[in-house]
Design a protein around this ligand. Structure first.
Ligand code: DX5
Ligand code: ZN
Length: 217
């Protein structure tokens, strides 16, 4: 399976959101990654439902919604209604993660679990068979444009082993600091999907950068 590319809208120009979503529509990207931050789980606030709905209005690719919010349960239906096709919650933000995952699946959309850099891959063993996506944070969540954490490679390998052992169908998505220097190695270690914010949107030709990240290794 070739790997997926999910440009992160967090690095887009919010005064030109339609233009940037259309650029992704016309590009070789697979998903549009959408970061929702609550200022509690992470030290930043991004945007909520009105902006998500505005993105959805123009998007022709699935919205990969990454919730960096505490106790997301009461908002799951609202995120689906706003356009989420994949809904990822944080391991560290859910007291009853299994219940939360089942609730996302009951909405008829894909369910993901994100883990912070300090969270061990082993903690996924009892949930991985139930989920569609493992989102491995390769920076501490909260901001775009941060430096990639090298321990991520070892973590991808550990998750690969767990996926094999549990016969899970989950895919591994990497989020944070993905760039032209590390994307090949991430895929070699077993990543199936790469989020890229700064690398895409600070490039002089974002669409071409997406094509380069998408190249088979
Ligand atoms: C960080 C977000 C990321 C962010 C990645 O908390 O989850 O999705 O947009 O941005 P880059 O690719 O610039 O590190
Ligand atoms: Zn993200």
């Amino acid at each position: 399976m070739s790997h997926l590319i999910a440009p992160s809208i967090l690095s887009a120009d919010f005064a030109n959101i339609q233009r940037d979503v259309e650029m992704i529509n016309e590009s070789n990207a697979d998903w549009i990654h959408v970061d929702v931050m609550d200022g509690v789980f992470v030290p930043n606030i991004s945007f909520g439902f009105p902006v998500l709905k505005a993105i959805k209005k123009h998007a022709k690719k699935p919205l990969d919604v990454h919730l960096m919010i505490m106790d997301p349960d009461k908002y799951l239906q609202a995120f689906k209604d706003a356009g989420a096709d994949i809904l990822t919650v944080h391991y560290e933000a859910c007291t009853h993660l299994h219940r939360t995952i089942q609730a996302i699946k009951a909405l008829g959309i894909k369910a993901g679990v994100a883990i912070n850099p300090h969270t061990s891959a082993n903690l996924l063993i009892d949930i991985i068979a139930d989920i569609d996506v493992v989102l491995v944070m390769s920076v501490n969540p909260g901001f775009g444009g941060q430096k990639f954490i090298e321990n991520t490679y070892h973590k991808i390998a550990a998750i690969r082993d767990i996926i094999r052992a549990t016969k899970s169908k989950a895919i591994i998505e990497i989020d944070g600091g993905v760039d032209m220097n590390n994307y090949k190695k991430l895929i070699e270690y077993g990543a199936n999907a790469l989020v890229a914010g700064n690398t895409v949107f600070s490039s002089s030709n974002p669409s071409q950068t997406i094509t380069e990240l998408k190249k088979e290794i």
